[in-house]
Design a protein around this ligand. Structure first.
Ligand code: ATP
Ligand code: MG
Length: 432
C-alpha cells in the first residue's frame, strides 16, 4: 500500500512512485500530452499525462475543473523550471466529479475578480483559491502564536458566556435575544467577565472568542460578529504595562509568521513580512490631532484621521503606533482616569492606519467606579453584579481587546474585513 503524501513533500521523493490527492486546479489538453495541475492544501503541482497512457489520457478529457482525484505517478524535477516538480502520471482515480459549470473561477489566470457577492455566496469555492486558504492558515497561525506567547507569560485561558443579562460595552449596537421568558444580550466583549477573573484571583487571563456588534454600518472594517483576542492582567503599574506586553506579543506573532509562512506570503501576495522594532512609537491624542490637523479635541479620531496618522508613521518606517490619552468623553466608564487631566489611562494600537486594539488600565476603586458610572448617566441597579467584583480587594488591573481579522487585513493589505475571515457576518450577510 502506498501512502498519500502532500504536494509540498513531492520534492523529497524524486524518482519514487508517489500518491497525491487533491482538486483539479487546471487542465491543458493537447494532442499528444495533457497537463493537469493538482492542488491540495500545501500547494499545486503539474501532472503530465502522455497519450500512450491511453486510460489516463482518455480520462482527463472528461474531467471537469475542481473535481477531486487521486494520482499515482513518478515524482520528477520539472525540466524547464527551477525548483519546480512534476508527476509523470501512471493512474488517475476520480474521487468526486465537480459540476462543469462553476459559479466562480477558482483558477483564473487573468485575475478578473468575481463580484464580492458571488464569492461570498459561494464562499466554500472562494476559499479553495490558494490566496484565500493562506488567509485561513494565517488566522489559525495567529490564534496559535497568540496563545503560545501568552501561555509562556503565565496566562490562563478562560471562556466567558456570550449571553449576558446586561450590555458589556454600551447600550447601543446590541443584539437582543429571546432568553426563555426574558431578554438577554449577545456579548459585545468579554470585558466584564475578564474583570471577574481578576476579582477571582486568576491574575493573568486570556480569551479568544466571538463578540457581537449590531452595528448598522457598512464599513470595510466592521463585522457584526468577529473573533476578539483578549487579555486582562492584575497588579499592573498602569496602562504602560499593557502596551509593553502587547508590542512584544505583536513582534512574537510576526516573527513566527515570517519564519513559517514568509515564503508563501511572498509568493502569493508579494509581501515581505516586516518585523517592527521595539518599542512602538507612542503619541497622545492631542499630538495626533495636531498631526492630522483636527481642532476637535473632544472626539475620537475619525477613520480618515486614523488613516492619515497611519500614513504619517508609515512614511517614517513605522507600521504600528500607540495612540494614548483618550478624552474621558469617548471612553467607557470603567477606564481609569488621570488625576490631573480629563483623559483615560488607555490607548489604541493603530496598524497601518487602522485601530486593531483598545487597551486600558481599569478603575479598581469601588467608589470611584460608581461615580464614573453615574456621571456617564448609567444606572447602578442592572450592573450591581459587576460592581460587586470591586468590593473585596480588587487589585489594579488592565487589559486589551484585539481584532484578529483586522490584523490579518493589514498584514496582507486586504481591503475589506469580509475577506479576512472564514465566514463574514454583516447587516445584509446572514448566509451561508
Ligand atoms: P471601531 O472604533 O473601529 O468601531 P471599537 O473602538 O468600537 O472599534 P473596541 O470596542 O475597542 O472597538 O474593540 C476592540 C477591538 O476589537 C477593536 O480595536 C477592533 O480590532 C475589534 N473590533 C471591534 N468591533 C469590531 C467589529 N465590529 N468588527 C471587527 N473588529 C472589531
Ligand atoms: Mg476601540
Amino acid at each position: 500500500m502506498i501512502t498519500r503524501i502532500y504536494i509540498n513533500q513531492v520534492k523529497e521523493h524524486i524518482g519514487e512512485t508517489v500518491l497525491i490527492k487533491g482538486f483539479v486546479h487546471n487542465l491543458r489538453i493537447q494532442g499528444s500530452v495533457s497537463f493537469l495541475i493538482l492542488r491540495d492544501i500545501t500547494g499545486t503541482i503539474q501532472n503530465v499525462i502522455v497519450k500512450s497512457n491511453a486510460d489516463a489520457f482518455g480520462f482527463v478529457k472528461k474531467l471537469s475543473l475542481e473535481s477531486s482525484v487521486e494520482i499515482i505517478g513518478k515524482a520528477k524535477k520539472d525540466p524547464t523550471r527551477e525548483n519546480r516538480y512534476e508527476i509523470e502520471v501512471e493512474t488517475i482515480k476520480l474521487l468526486a466529479l465537480s459540476e462543469a459549470e462553476l459559479p466562480l473561477a477558482v483558477f483564473d489566470k487573468n485575475e478578473t475578480e468575481t463580484s464580492a457577492n458571488i464569492r461570498h455566496q459561494n464562499r466554500f469555492l472562494d476559499l479553495r483559491k490558494p490566496k484565500n486558504s493562506l488567509i485561513m492558515k494565517l488566522s489559525s497561525a495567529f490564534d496559535r502564536y497568540y496563545r503560545e506567547f501568552l501561555f509562556n507569560e503565565g496566562f490562563i485561558e478562560i471562556h466567558t458566556p456570550k449571553t449576558m443579562p446586561t450590555p458589556s460595552e454600551s447600550s447601543s449596537d446590541l443584539f437582543e435575544v429571546k432568553y426563555f421568558d426574558r431578554c438577554a444580550y449577545l456579548a459585545q466583549s468579554p470585558q466584564l467577565y475578564k474583570q471577574m477573573a481578576i476579582a477571582s484571583g486568576l491574575e493573568k487571563v486570556l480569551e479568544v472568542g466571538p463578540i457581537f456588534r449590531a452595528e448598522k454600518s457598512f464599513t470595510s472594517r466592521h463585522a457584526t460578529e468577529c473573533t476578539s483576542y483578549d487579555i486582562e492582567m492584575a497588579f499592573i503599574k498602569d496602562h504602560n504595562d499593557i502596551m509593553e506586553l502587547e508590542e512584544r506579543l505583536i513582534v512574537y506573532i510576526l516573527t513566527q509568521i515570517k519564519k513559517n509562512y514568509g515564503d508563501e506570503i511572498k509568493e502569493i501576495y508579494g509581501i515581505d513580512v516586516k518585523i517592527p522594532s521595539l518599542p512602538f512609537p507612542r503619541i497622545t491624542m492631542k499630538e495626533a490631532k495636531s498631526i492630522v490637523q483636527s481642532n476637535d479635541l473632544e472626539s475620537d479620531l475619525s477613520s480618515e484621521e486614523e488613516k492619515a496618522l497611519g500614513d504619517y508613521y508609515e512614511k517614517q518606517g513605522y507600521d504600528f503606533v500607540f495612540l494614548t490619552d483618550f478624552p474621558i468623553s469617548v471612553r467607557p466608564f470603567y477606564h481609569k482616569y488621570y488625576e490631573d487631566k480629563p483623559c483615560t489611562k488607555s490607548a489604541d494600537l493603530i496598524y497601518r492606519g487602522l485601530e486593531i486594539t483598545t487597551l486600558a488600565q481599569r478603575e479598581e476603586r469601588y467608589d470611584v467606579l460608581l461615580n464614573q458610572l453615574k456621571s456617564k448617566g448609567l444606572g447602578q441597579k442592572d450592573i450591581q453584579w459587576y460592581l460587586d467584583f470591586f468590593r473585596y480587594g480588587m487589585p489594579p488591573h488592565g487589559g486589551w481587546g484585539l481584532g484578529g481579522a483586522r490584523f490579518i487585513m493589514k498584514l496582507l493589505g486586504i481591503e475589506h474585513i469580509r475577506d479576512a475571515m472564514f465566514i463574514y457576518r454583516g447587516v445584509n450577510h446572514l448566509n451561508p
